[in-house]
Design a protein around this ligand. Structure first.
Ligand code: KG4
Ligand code: ZN
Length: 348
């Protein structure tokens, strides 16, 4: 066992083909190809995603090796997302990883994508001293597929405290954006249009009434759909004339819902350290509202760089490094899983 292994991380669970090489906690390279083809379909088309991962993985791999300035025989272990995600896409990535593991005779390490979003907080970005969250901390994972409040007790022991009962927050951003006629993914477009908008809930968006630490977003999405339909009947320019205010209102409402639940989780657990992860945490309004709220209430807040909020290879590689250090290797016959079926409080 090497003290400072070089671990490769392969991510292909959705529409990003990403590979990173990490030594110790430092990134040697981090390469990503985002599949733009899905924009015109309003969402990710699974068959197209798998085919593009198959095409792009060797390209991303060669670039990652070149930028890291190593040869492939210096890689000590291969880590790969095994789930949750699109099964075809996961199979392409895991088969690629298995080939590397066999060809280079190095350990294979299966990674849970959600845990990897959490562990993204342990990547070292630069030589400047950085602080990592101390255990235990709360992690709000907000992505295209999930909305989770997780209590992180250590690198491998995590407990879900709250989840969504219907749509995820990323999916809500994307579906509302679709109602407005925007392309996929709609989250960043809603953020862009929000900039000059009034966020004072002039459209009376409802607050979902969900007990405990769970979320529900389908009511807001339906409300927006009905509102736009009704207003367009009266005024065919309703969307053009109100798009900034609509985007700002929805962004504000979704952020408030997240904040309220995280505050509840803090009160319940008495853990005053909060980390944000997942694609939706790239949103600057969400980042800023959490930073302000944390400062006001004396919690510690951890927010990754934007490229490590959205899907990336480095979060898989850092998870691989941590598992390597604990000798948590997998057999070559592991298979991908599409849903969040694996318990988070195991080392799997
Ligand atoms: O974590 P991620 O990259 O992939 C999944 O694991 O799902 O998250 C993708 C989601 C999409 O729903 C996308 O619209 C959303 O993250 N997203 C954003 C922003 N950037 C990405 N949502 C709101 N504001 C953003 N700036
Ligand atoms: Zn993700």
């Amino acid at each position: 066992m090497k003290k400072y292994p070089i671990v490769i991380g392969i991510e292909s669970s959705c529409d990003d083909t990403a590979i990173s090489l990490i030594k110790k906690r430092n990134i040697l390279s981090n390469v990503i190809i985002n599949q733009k083809i899905h924009r015109e379909y309003g969402g990710v088309v699974p068959e197209l995603a798998s085919r593009l991962h198959d095409k792009n993985l060797p390209i991303v791999f060669n670039k990652a090796i070149k930028y890291a300035n190593i040869n492939i025989y210096q890689i000590d272990a291969v880590s790969v997302t095994m789930g949750p995600g699109l099964i075809g896409s996961l199979l392409v990535g895991s088969s690629f990883a298995k080939s590397l593991s066999i060809g280079l005779n190095i350990p294979l390490i299966g990674i849970n994508h959600i845990k990897a979003h959490v562990l993204t907080h342990f990547i070292k970005y630069s030589n400047i001293n950085e602080s990592y969250p101390k255990f235990p901390f709360l992690c709000l994972v907000i992505s295209g597929g999930h909305t989770l409040i997780i209590q992180v007790n250590d690198f491998f022991c995590m407990k879900i405290l709250g989840t969504t009962l219907d749509d995820s927050i990323g999916n809500t951003f994307d579906k509302v954006a679709r109602i407005f006629g925007f392309q996929y993914p709609g989250g960043p477009i809603i953020e862009k249009f929000s900039k000059n908008g009034n966020c004072n809930n002039i459209f009376n968006l409802p607050t979902p009434l969900v007990e405990n630490l769970n979320f529900s977003f389908s009511g807001i999405k339906s409300y927006i759909y009905q509102l736009v339909k009704k207003e367009l009947k009266k005024d065919s320019f309703f969307l053009q004339n109100n798009i900034h205010d609509l985007c700002a209102s929805i962004q504000q409402k979704l952020t408030e819902i997240l904040l309220e639940k995280v505050e509840k989780a803090i009160i319940k657990t008495k853990i005053y350290r909060v980390a944000l992860s997942g694609g939706v945490s790239a949103n600057k309004k969400i980042r800023n509202m959490f930073i302000n709220f944390a400062n006001k209430n004396n919690w510690e807040i951890f927010i990754p760089k934007i490229e490590f909020s959205t899907d990336n290879g480095a979060m898989i590689a850092i998870s691989g490094v941590l598992k390597y250090e604990h000798k948590l290797f997998d057999n070559i016959d592991i298979t991908p899983y599409p849903k969040l079926v694996k318990e988070l409080n195991t080392s799997a």
